[in-house]
Design a protein around this ligand. Sequence first.
Ligand SMILES: Cc1cc2nc3c(=O)[nH]c(=O)nc-3n(C[C@H](O)[C@H](O)[C@H](O)COP(=O)(O)OP(=O)(O)OC[C@H]3O[C@@H](n4cnc5c(N)ncnc54)[C@H](O)[C@@H]3O)c2cc1C
Length: 424
Amino acid sequence: MRGPLNRTDTGGRSHALALGATYPYWTALPYRELPVAQRPASRSYDVVIVGAGLTGALAAEALSDGRRSVLVVDRRMPLAGSTSASAALILSELDAPLTALSASIGQERAERLWHRSATAVEKLLSLIARLGIDCGLSTRKSLYLAGDRMDAEAMAAEARARNLTGLRSQFIPRDALMAQYGIDRPAALLSSMAAALNPVQLTAGLLAAVARRGGEIVANTEVLDARQSGGRIHLLTSDGDFLSAGHVIFCTGYDIPDGLQPHESQIMSTWAIASEAGCARPRWLDATLLREASAHGLHIRTTPDGRILARGEEEPDPFAYHAPDKLAEKTARLADRVSTLIGMDIGKPEHAWSGAFGTTPLGLPVIGEIPGLPQAWAILGYGSNGMTFSQIAADIVLAAIHGRDDPDAMLFSYPEGSLNRMPA
Ligand SMILES: Cc1cc2nc3c(=O)[nH]c(=O)nc-3n(C[C@H](O)[C@H](O)[C@H](O)COP(=O)(O)OP(=O)(O)OC[C@H]3O[C@@H](n4cnc5c(N)ncnc54)[C@H](O)[C@@H]3O)c2cc1C
């Protein structure tokens, strides 16, 4: 069976995901050295994971039990994808408000998605604790400000809907918002079950755990083609090697292989900044993730050394993030918007970077067996909660490979006929 990766035949365009003109803040910090090989040691594995970012690392950690042979293969070095660009706000709140999602897909399904997201954040935090990964993790509250996507009335309704299903959320009216946070907006929602961390240290820690259990990490090796025959998946790599695997999991981030991108998804460009260490900021911000319910809304957090890190200014163009003049313009705008919002001048950013970012109309990921390619899975983590979705994906794929039923799996699978192009 022909797989989805044969770019030569399809003539499709792949999205080159270099990280823009400067380097993300996280790559300037130390992280665990990994045992990385240039060629696989074997030609046959129980599981091959394509992509050594957070999604691949979480899937590999879940699947490497010391008995199963696991290979993680990346066409670049590990951590060269969007993981290192992430602002790493770990959110349980989905992009689509519970009220809007209920109206769109029904209350029961919407509530399940919201609860699943909250559980995923809890599971990620306990995994980090269990493995003892030092990644600057701190739990935070999440303050979501009314904007052009949600006014005060919609926020009050959202708070009611969340509280009714047991997702605690506090509605904060304008006066209280100004008194407690010094922010002049019509309203906000305050929730818990959120966190901030260093995504590079987290992913390196997970990959190190995989290596300790005998998993292999291979760099600079692109998977070019995938076919299924005889109950195995056969992969062709850029070195001309053929690898055989019981299961393959494509965790290729926003570098989505031809044929696997669902119709309604869109790859966008986004920009991020990190201020100088110890910049001016309100005290409450160190315990809070701050976001706006607006198109191009800001996502703001602080780092352990007192920087403000902000992301936003999205554009619906998958390549705009490469442009150096845009980086300068977006950096200035992000710094200005953050300073205005918190009422303090955060100064000139010390780091600025850009990256690609995928969205779907409901902000949900696609996690599922690839139609037409049994035993091969794709994990496409769309939306602002990409990192939370990576945890959900690892759980769903682990259950499927163990033959266990995950009642939520169908909420994330490829909808019928949703692919841009089915594998031939
Ligand atoms: C600026 C920015 C800010 C963000 N902020 C947040 C945030 O605050 N919170 C949040 O939850 N999410 C955020 N995200 C999204 C989050 O970063 C992603 O959801 C997450 O990092 C995706 O991880 P991944 O492992 O799926 O992808 P990646 O980290 O991109 O890894 C994919 C890997 O696959 C490799 N690869 C691709 N194709 C092949 C192939 N054919 N063969 C071999 N290897 C291949 C690539 O080289 C890459 O290393 C942000 C993204 C950006 C760009």
